[in-house]
Write a protein that binds this ligand. Structure first.
Ligand code: PGA
Length: 250
């Protein structure tokens, strides 16, 4: 295992209500005890819980992020939307952009690029999600898709930008299926190198997402190129989340 900072990003998706706040108490306690470790734990609850989460974790070393933002940086006549400025105002420091569940709803690369730019303008760190579908994988198009998503999504993004790339094979999200170790290692290294060469972003963190849980975390941790994890389903359980982080440092 490397000595680099490792990210553990909890993506709650459309789950959680005000009562769920209590359930993260053990994680807060755990994070306090792990202060000296090179861990960055970030909660991304739904918009409705951003403020209560902020109040709950503002004095801790846990970060806060949103799950998406609008591409307009400020305010505008966009019913139902939330801008990166609003997210920043609430005290969040991160935002997930380009998640496959949004791409599947029709979000395109240009919109993703504009969202990333608006988030960076508002000094948010971006968790930029990329990944191939199962049919693209079967057609051996994985690298082509990754290249295209990177080039279009990060078009015009400058060095020093706060970007974390989350490689999430779509077929691995919520399915319990993990990519084979060698494939995952190859794709993670490919992403890092491709971004370095073509976008000129150096030392970019590349994390993995898709069915991460306490039972498979040891396998995933054996792939040293991974800088952390984007965790969906398992992150609703404080016990599982703590287990994942703990096993990443034993
Ligand atoms: P999962 O979700 O861990 O439930 O597979 C990951 C994600 O969608 O980010």
């Amino acid at each position: 295992m490397t000595n680099k900072l490792r990210y553990f990003i909890a993506n709650w998706k459309m789950y959680g209500d005000i009562k769920s706040l209590k359930s993260i108490d053990p994680v807060i306690k755990f994070a306090k005890l792990s202060k000296k470790k090179k861990i960055k734990l970030v909660y991304c609850p739904p918009y409705t819980l951003l403020h209560p989460f902020f109040e709950k974790i503002k004095k801790t070393n846990i970060g806060l992020g949103a799950q998406d933002c609008h591409y307009e940086q400020n305010y505008g006549a966009y019913t139902g939307a939330v801008s990166s400025k609003m997210i920043k105002n609430l005290g969040a420091k991160f935002v997930i952009i380009g998640h496959s569940e949004n791409r599947q709803k029709g979000e395109n690369d240009l919109q993703i690029n504009k969202k990333i730019k608006s988030a960076l303008q508002n000094k948010l760190s971006v968790i930029f999600c990329i990944g191939e579908t199962i049919s693209q994988k079967r057609k051996k198009l994985t690298k082509k898709i990754l290249k295209s998503q990177i080039l279009k999504g990060l078009n015009g993004i400058k060095n020093k930008s706060k970007i974390i790339v989350a490689y999430e094979p779509v077929w691995s999200i919520g399915t319990g299926i993990l990519p084979k170790g060698f494939e995952l290692n190859e794709n993670i290294n490919f992403i890092r190198l491709f971004i370095k060469k073509n976008i000129k972003l150096k030392n970019i963190a590349v994390i993995y997402g898709g069915s991460v849980n306490p039972n498979n975390i040891n396998i995933l941790n054996s792939i040293s190129s991974i800088d952390g994890f984007l965790i969906g389903g398992a992150s609703h359980s404080s016990k599982k989340l703590i287990d994942i982080v703990r096993k990443s440092f034993n």
